[in-house]
Ligand binder design. Structure first.
Ligand SMILES: CC(C)(COP(=O)(O)OP(=O)(O)OC[C@H]1O[C@@H](n2cnc3c(N)ncnc32)[C@H](O)[C@@H]1OP(=O)(O)O)[C@@H](O)C(=O)NCCC(=O)NCCS
Length: 225
């Protein structure tokens, strides 16, 4: 086991890739983490801030932005766990087009039954975040072919405030990129909410580039072998 110092705490890097610090470790997702994924996703679902007040059904954001990835691509799902429990995760799709197809076949149909599309007079009463998530279920976006040809993989990352700003976001992304590379990915992209300036600066700082000319805010990184 190798040892190194990081921000004042001892980090132990095991040869199986698991990263441990005195208070937090990064490990593979296991099915028992599902409730934690729902909770972390909800508590970061308002442009990185707590989205609890924005969702009548607390599972809605997790059902769209986190859980399908962990269930359909578990080998690319990692969690950060400290003594208080799981407080962060990164999830990803290796091939975004293939993932779109799998969602359409294996995931959206059940969600369309669980979360019926609201009629316009009901939709206006919902939060913008709820409308967006319901729109993704009933009218899923298809990954832009030009984007997917250069950056076929995509990711979502979220950490609760107690784990933010301590290097775990960087560690989660580094571990994920290592996994994507080993599976042959040539690039990874992600979307950032327009109001989430902090996340945009984080991505830029760790080596992602913002792509010009896209309507949504998209960051990407090529992955050389
Ligand atoms: C955005 C997020 C994933 C970043 O993870 P984090 O653990 O807080 O960031 P880290 O501590 O790993 O920071 C890594 C590096 O980025 C830098 N960084 C982080 N945020 C930054 C910012 N807003 N501006 C400039 N640099 C920043 C850090 O200084 C650090 O630099 P260093 O490693 O060179 O010393 C995390 O804060 C988070 O989950 N926020 C809430 C949910 C969210 O917004 N998710 C993203 C949705 S798109």
């Amino acid at each position: 086991m190798a040892r190194r110092r990081c921000r004042g705490c001892v980090i132990r890097v095991r040869y199986n890739g698991e990263v441990k610090s005195e208070s937090c470790r990064i490990r593979r997702f296991v099915p028992g983490d599902l409730d934690d994924l729902y909770r972390v996703c909800l508590q970061t679902a308002d442009n990185g801030q707590d989205g609890t007040a924005a969702f009548a059904d607390p599972r809605l954001p997790g059902d769209v932005y986190a859980v399908p990835y962990a269930l359909l691509e578990p080998s690319l799902a990692l969690v950060a766990q400290d003594l208080a429990g799981v407080g962060g995760y990164v999830v990803a799709a290796l091939d975004s087009h293939e993932f779109d197809r799998r969602l359409e076949r294996d995931w959206w149909p059940a969600l369309r039954a669980r979360y019926p599309e609201p009629p316009p007079e009901v939709a206006v009463e919902l939060s913008a975040q709820e409308r967006f998530a319901l729109g993704a279920i009933h009218h899923p976006w298809i990954t832009d072919p030009a984007l997917a040809s250069r950056y076929p993989s995509h990711l979502h990352i979220n950490l609760l405030p107690r784990l933010q700003g301590r290097g775990y976001g960087r560690q989660l992304i580094a571990a994920l990129i290592s996994g994507l590379r080993s599976k042959g990915s040539t690039g990874v992209h992600l979307h950032v909410g327009p109001a989430n300036q902090r996340a945009a600066q984080f991505y830029r700082h760790i080596g992602f580039a913002e792509l010009p000319g896209t309507t949504a805010r998209v960051f990407a990184m090529p992955l050389q072998p």
